[in-house]
Design a binder for this molecule. Structure first.
Ligand SMILES: *Cc1c(COP(=O)(O)O)cnc(C)c1O
Length: 393
């Protein structure tokens, strides 16, 4: 037995997978698992989607990387399509969610700077937030467990309780630059901001000359049945970070902004070596081909309702195990009465994968391509897990 060469930063499940097909992952021992974790909302089109595989293989045979010293046609195309489908005018591509957030934060601060307000650099965030693991994004997220031991917290982030818009308003001062939030918190426990709160935050930003930043890294790209979760509330941000689902498993992120909000991001002020490389862009474009086609998003919404109804029935049967069903679209949460880690384990015993979240929630983030039959199987397995926990408790 050799010692593990990897950082001990992850508490990994004792499983390794060899292949994936749609909503299924096949372990090294041949066992098939129903994947309701979706690589934490990344495998938006499931595993080995033929259109994504073809796009990646084709691009791999032509060109992998040239750097941002040159034009990258795939980047311009994906950028145009994201702009076309959203509030945004400008896009910056990254490799990850945290980098997309870093770009969003820098964009907001630069905007205030070029508008003659260099003193406005502070950003208001909400408890339960998760924005990544870089030094700035752990400061933005504000969670003590992610900040501890990493030196002084990056300055410029102020936090209020979840959905406490009155407190946010009180906190706005002469140094405030922006308000940042996830329309649906993921790691925080699958909690949605009510549409009325998003509208109020939007108005506050207008009134005080602040930029509104949405982190749709987890809830974006069709997850809620809309391309972007904020469409459900009819509120648009000035800046938005996306990642996870847009790459379908290939590392891609992006920061989108209005032309006005991006006006400080001039030549040379920001950069990336890998961001937006041809491989990533080929896959990102292929994901959009599928998500934007026909009634794909309506189908996500329809299937989400089916799933939620099934889960509600299980919650009714096992009120000692499941307290409530939360979430929007195929971003669902089981608020547990037993420790959520036990529920994740019980589901794994049923050959079903899920993800824990804050607030003692089990997250279900299946591929958006999940079928009605797979949803039926998922509900059966969740029922079986709840039953075994109910007996054990
Ligand atoms: C995952 C996530 C991030 C960070 O993305 P990474 O790719 O892990 O850096 C940021 N914000 C939200 C809402 C996320 O879910």
């Amino acid at each position: 037995m050799t010692t593990n060469p990897l950082y001990e930063t992850f508490a990994r499940a004792p499983l390794a997978f060899d292949r994936g097909e749609g909503c299924w992952l096949i372990a090294e021992d041949g066992q098939r698992y129903l994947d309701l974790a979706g690589g934490i909302a990344v495998n938006s089109l499931g595993h080995s989607h033929p259109h994504l595989v073809a796009a990646l293989v084709e691009q791999a045979g032509k060109l992998w990387h040239v750097s941002n010293l040159y034009h990258i046609p795939g980047q311009e195309r994906l950028g145009e399509r994201l702009v076309e489908a959203s509030f945004a005018d400008k896009v910056f591509f990254t490799n990850s969610g945290a980098e997309a957030l870093e770009c969003a934060i820098k964009t907001a601060r630069r905007y205030q700077y070029v508008k003659g307000h260099p003193e406005r650099y502070r950003i208001i965030t909400f408890e339960g937030a998760f924005h990544g693991r870089t030094l700035a994004t752990i400061a933005a997220g504000g969670q003590a467990k992610y900040l501890e031991g990493f030196g002084p917290k990056v300055d410029g982030f102020d936090q209020v309780a979840f959905d406490d818009i009155d407190a946010a308003e009180k906190l706005i001062g002469p140094e405030t630059a922006a308000i940042l939030l996830e329309p649906v918190q993921g790691e925080g426990g699958v909690r949605s901001f009510p549409p009325s709160s998003l509208k109020r935050v939007r108005e506050l930003c207008h009134k005080h000359g602040l930029l509104l930043i949405f982190d749709e890294v987890q809830c974006g790209i069709g997850r809620t049945g809309k391309l972007f979760a904020h469409e459900l509330a009819n509120v648009t941000p000035d800046i938005m970070a996306i990642a996870k689902g847009i790459g379908g498993g290939f590392p891609v992120g992006a920061c989108l902004a209005t032309a006005e909000a991006a006006s400080g991001m001039t030549a040379g002020v920001h950069g990336t070596t890998f961001g937006g490389n041809p491989l990533a862009m080929a896959v990102g474009n292929a994901v959009l081909d599928v998500v934007l086609e026909g009634n794909f998003l309506d189908e996500v919404a329809r299937k989400a309702l089916l799933f939620k109804q099934g889960l509600a029935a299980v919650a009714d049967e096992y009120p000692n195990v499941i307290e409530e069903i939360r979430g929007t679209g195929l971003m669902l949460g089981l608020k547990c009465k037993v420790p959520n880690t036990k529920f994740v384990q019980a589901l794994r015993d049923e050959k079903t994968l899920s993800v824990g979240a804050g607030d003692n929630v089990v997250r279900l983030l299946p591929p958006l391509t999940i079928s009605d039959e797979e949803i039926r199987q998922a509900v059966e397995r969740i029922r079986a897990a709840a039953n075994s926990l109910s007996k054990a408790g």
